[in-house]
Design a protein around this ligand. Structure first.
Ligand SMILES: NC(=O)c1ccc[n+]([C@@H]2O[C@H](COP(=O)([O-])OP(=O)(O)OC[C@H]3O[C@@H](n4cnc5c(N)ncnc54)[C@H](O)[C@@H]3O)[C@@H](O)[C@H]2O)c1
Length: 334
C-alpha cells in the first residue's frame, strides 16, 4: 500500500501527537497543523513539519495540501471540555462544528480522498444499554457531544456527494501515554481521571475528587472504558489503511476495549503502581454522568486487524505516570 502523506490536525495535542508517532513509526509521511491553543510545540517530533495555524484557514490548508502532497487528513483539532461546552456552546459549535466544516470543504476542494475524524462516546449521551453499540440512539446531552455528532453527519453527507471516504472513531475514555514517554497528556488543569490521579501521586495536586458514590455499579462509583492512547492511535493507522483499500466505504466505529473500571478501581491501580495512597475526596455526582459507559467493540474488531496491546489498567497508569515525570523534567521541575 502506498503510504500517502497525512495531515494531522491537532497534532500538537494529546491524542494527535500519539497519532503522529504511530504514523511515523509505521513509515507514513506526516505534517501537522495546530494553532497551539491547548497543544505544545514540544509534542511534535523533530522532522515533522508543524504549520502553526487554524484549521479554518483555507489558504493555509490549500498551501499545506499542495506543499506536502497530502493524501489523507486525520482530524483531532478541537475543544474538548464538556462543562465549558455547556457554559459556552457557541465556542464548541464554532471550533468543533463550523471549523470542521471548513476543513472538510478544503479537503474536498483539494481532492484529498480520505478523512479520519475523532468522534466520541459523548455522541450517545446517556446510553440505554451497556455495552453501547454504534447503532444505539445518538442523543448527546451537552454541546460538546452535539458538536461532534454534527461533524459526523457532515462527513456522512459529504462522502455521499464527493470523492472522499471517512472513518469516524468514537473514543471512550482515553488515557495513558506513549510507552517510550515520547509524548503524553500535557494540558494543565486536565480533568481526565488517570491524569489527575498521577498528578496527585507526584504531589502536583492534594487529592482526587470522586464524583458520586451512589451509581448503580458494584462499588457505587462510575464505570468507564479506559483505552490506552497508543492503542487508539494504532487504530487510526489501521482505519486509514482500510479507507485506502476501499475508497467506496466509510466507517463509524466505537473505539474502546469493551471493559469497564470504576473510579475506585482506577485509584486502587494508581495506589498499586505508585506504592502510595492517594487521598480521595468524595464529592456529589456531576450532572449527566451515566452509571457506566462501556463500548461494544465488536465492529472495529471485525473490521480492522486491531489487536490492543496495552489494555491492562496498571500498564495504562504506569505509562501515564512515566509521562507525568517526564513532563516535570520538560517543564523544569515546576
Ligand atoms: N481526550 C479524550 O478522552 C477524548 C475522548 C473522545 C474524543 N476526543 C477527541 O479527540 C480530539 C483530540 O483531543 P485531545 O484530548 O488530544 O485534546 P487536546 O486539547 O490535547 O488536542 C487538541 C489539539 O487541537 C488544537 N486545536 C484546537 N482547535 C484548533 C483549531 N481551530 N485549529 C488548529 N488547531 C486547533 C489544540 O491546540 C490541540 O493541540 C478532540 O477532537 C476530542 O474531541 C478526545
Amino acid at each position: 500500500m502506498t503510504k500517502v502523506p497525512v495531515l494531522v490536525t491537532g497534532g500538537a495535542g494529546y491524542i494527535g501527537s500519539h497519532a503522529v508517532l504511530a504514523l511515523r513509526d509505521a513509515g507514513w509521511p506526516v505534517a501537522v497543523i495546530d494553532n497551539l491553543t491547548t497543544g505544545f510545540r514540544f509534542a511534535v517530533p523533530e522532522g515533522v513539519p508543524l504549520y502553526q495555524g487554524d484549521i479554518a484557514d483555507a489558504d493555509l490548508l490549500a498551501q499545506i495540501f499542495a506543499e506536502q502532497g497530502i493524501g489523507a487528513v486525520m482530524h483531532f483539532a478541537g475543544s474538548i471540555i464538556v462543562p465549558e461546552s455547556v457554559e459556552n456552546p457557541l465556542k464548541y459549535y464554532e471550533n468543533n462544528t463550523a471549523k470542521s466544516r471548513s476543513l472538510i470543504a478544503a479537503a474536498v476542494a483539494a481532492g484529498v480522498p480520505h478523512f479520519i475524524f475523532s468522534s466520541t462516546a459523548a455522541t450517545y449521551g446517556i446510553p440505554e444499554t451497556s455495552p453501547v453499540t454504534e447503532d444505539s440512539p445518538k442523543r448527546p446531552i451537552n454541546p460538546y457531544g452535539m458538536s461532534k455528532l454534527m461533524t459526523e453527519i457532515m462527513l456522512g453527507d459529504t462522502a455521499r456527494a464527493h470523492a472522499i471516504n471517512f472513518c469516524a472513531l468514537r473514543y471512550f475514555n482515553v488515557a495513558g501515554a506513549d510507552p517510550q514517554a515520547r509524548t503524553g497528556q500535557s494540558t494543565a488543569g486536565a480533568t481526565h481521571l488517570i491524569k489527575v490521579a498521577v498528578e496527585a501521586a507526584l504531589g502536583k495536586r492534594e487529592d482526587v475528587a470522586v464524583f458520586g458514590t451512589d451509581f448503580a455499579t458494584p462499588d457505587g462509583t462510575g464505570v468507564r472504558d479506559y483505552i490506552h492512547v497508543s492503542d487508539l492511535a494504532a487504530a487510526h493507522v489501521l482505519a486509514l489503511e482500510a479507507l485506502i483499500a476501499d475508497p467506496q466505504r466509510s466507517l463509524t466505529m466505537n473505539c474502546g476495549y469493551g471493559q469497564g473500571f470504576s473510579v475506585l478501581d482506577v485509584l486502587d491501580a494508581v495506589d498499586r503502581v505508585t506504592n502510595l495512597t492517594i487521598h480521595r475526596r468524595i464529592e456529589g455526582r456531576r450532572a449527566g454522568d451515566p452509571d457506566q459507559l462501556i463500548s461494544d467493540n465488536r465492529l472495529i474488531k471485525a473490521t480492522l486487524p486491531w489487536v490492543p496491546r496495552y489494555a491492562d489498567l496498571d500498564t495504562i497508569v504506569g505509562h501515564a505516570l512515566a509521562w507525568e515525570r517526564r513532563l516535570t523534567e520538560i517543564r523544569g521541575g515546576c
